[in-house]
Design a protein. Structure first.
Length: 73
């Protein structure tokens, strides 16, 4: 689905069509979680548990960067 970036005040935003909101089970005012993947960015409904897990994972990746690089080899 092709979406267009538009101006929203001093910021930029995208408008999600009703069909996409229905498929994601979202309503106006709900929050989305953006997750970077090797294929691009994945948008999902905001899940506080997943957000906390991602925060922990990002901390581990920052603090153990050299160890993770060795494991990747």
């Amino acid at each position: 689905m092709k979406l267009k970036i538009t101006t929203v005040g001093n910021s930029a935003g995208i408008i999600l069509p009703k069909e996409l909101l229905a498929r994601l089970r979202l309503q106006k005012g709900d929050e989305l979680f953006a997750l970077e993947t090797p294929d691009g960015v994945r948008l999902t409904a905001f899940d506080p548990t997943l957000a906390e897990q991602m925060k922990v994972a990002e901390k581990v990746m920052r603090n153990r960067r050299s160890l993770l690089n060795k494991l990747a080899q």
